[in-house]
Ligand binder design. Structure first.
Ligand SMILES: [Zn+2]
Length: 232
């Protein structure tokens, strides 16, 4: 099942997704501005107040990021705040440290705080139906994606497309593969799994059935990113 395999574009030896998301060389060239509303049928997955990464950001190896990184907003950089489905969709894949620590990283359940970009952040907190949630992992796991949920969009102009969320702290405990979720439904919590350097954020990317990535930004009302070349 294609949804359960790491993206072929990032098929490094053991870090299929990694270089794109937690790259010390990353530099946001341009902060996108809100130019409109989400497209019909699409809902904001999270606040757009802190956009940390856009489609044509250059990452290691001269590759483009090809996703949208929305940073956590609120106390402790939004750790534990809800992340929502952006369109009515079906869950096709869930990957967690609990299901496979080799692929999705080992959960960091140590006491105390962690440091990311010079900020001290709590390792865990209590959140309603989730119980105690540990926000981070101790390593990247082979996917470099942390807690991952993949959806197949059922509505709007991206119907049939695959939507992937990465680095969540947790998936909502009632959700399973095969479930349908509504646009705006809470699907998980902001976290920093498989994010060892950067501040908490959710990475969102969208792929057509043919495997072509599309820019998420204009779908949620942000200006589309401008293509630029990356040096290898
Ligand atoms: Zn990203």
């Amino acid at each position: 099942m294609p949804a359960a395999t790491p993206d072929r574009e990032h098929s490094g030896p053991d870090s299929p997704l990694g270089p794109e998301d937690d790259d010390p060389t990353r530099r946001l060239v341009r902060v996108p501005v809100v130019v409109g509303s989400p497209r019909p049928g699409i809902t904001l997955p999270y606040s757009l107040d802190r956009v940390y990464g856009v489609f044509y950001d250059c990452r290691r190896g001269g590759r483009h990021h090809r996703g949208l990184d929305l940073g956590g907003v609120g106390p402790d950089f939004g750790l534990g705040t809800p992340v929502r489905a952006m369109v009515r969709s079906r869950i096709t894949f869930i990957g967690t440290p609990e299901s496979d620590p080799r692929q999705f990283g080992r959960r960091d359940t140590r006491p105390g705080t962690v440091e990311r970009r010079g900020r001290e952040l709590p390792r865990s907190g209590w959140h309603g139906p989730y119980g105690e949630v540990f926000y981070f992992t101790r390593d990247y796991g082979s996917w470099h994606a942390g807690v991952t949920v993949i959806f197949e969009a059922l509505e709007s102009e991206i119907a049939g497309h695959q939507i992937r969320y990465m680095h969540l702290a947790a998936i909502h405990p009632e959700l399973r593969v095969g479930d349908e979720v509504e646009a705006g439904q809470e699907v998980g919590l902001m976290g920093g799994t498989a994010v060892m350097r950067d501040l908490p954020h959710v990475h969102i990317d969208i792929e057509t059935p043919e495997g072509r990535r599309v820019d998420v930004a204009p779908l949620v009302g942000l200006e589309a990113d401008t293509p630029r070349r990356c040096r290898r």
